[in-house]
Ligand binder design. Structure first.
Ligand code: SF4
Ligand code: SF4
Length: 141
């Protein structure tokens, strides 16, 4: 069993395409939608976690590639230079999954790797550039 996180970009003509149903039914994958930004007649974005046999995931990605839907496969990880963090909170405002968060009573930043989508949105948000992607994955053009 393998798990991958994938960003999917749908052209406006494909936002109603039942991709998730097909990934489950035809490729036997488990699909966990982590983040969705889908609207009719606009380019749509989904970040999903796919679980299944490696061969099935590879076939599913080939299928996606043939549907005019771009994908980016995240197989990297986000690193945080915690010791230099000033806990300003700027990165938390852009994090879609709340992997980066602050809470009472001290409002220190915490990073939950399990919740991270590896989307990279926090990288530019940090004024001290303390967040980095260790490795970028495959993607379709
Ligand atoms: S890469 Fe950064 S913004 Fe994206 S989910 Fe992970 S912590 Fe949040
Ligand atoms: S933006 Fe940078 S300095 Fe501010 S809390 Fe996040 S990691 Fe720390």
């Amino acid at each position: 069993m393998k798990k991958v996180k994938v960003s999917l970009t749908f052209p406006p003509s494909k936002v109603t395409f039942p991709l998730m149903t097909l990934l489950v039914r035809d490729f036997g994958l488990e699909v966990n939608i982590l983040h969705a930004d889908i609207h009719l007649n606009r380019t749509g974005k989904l970040i999903v976690e796919l679980s299944g046999e490696e061969e099935s995931i590879d076939k599913a990605l080939q299928f996606i590639n043939g549907q005019e839907i771009k994908y980016h496969l995240f197989n990297g990880m986000l690193t945080w230079q915690e010791e230099e963090c000033v806990h300003c909170g700027a990165c938390t405002s852009v994090c879609p999954s709340r992997a980066l968060s602050m809470s009472a009573p001290d409002f220190y930043l915490t990073f939950n790797k399990e919740e991270c989508l590896v989307c990279g949105l926090c990288i530019k948000a940090c004024p001290l550039r303390l967040l980095h992607l260790a490795h970028r994955g495959n993607e379709t053009a």
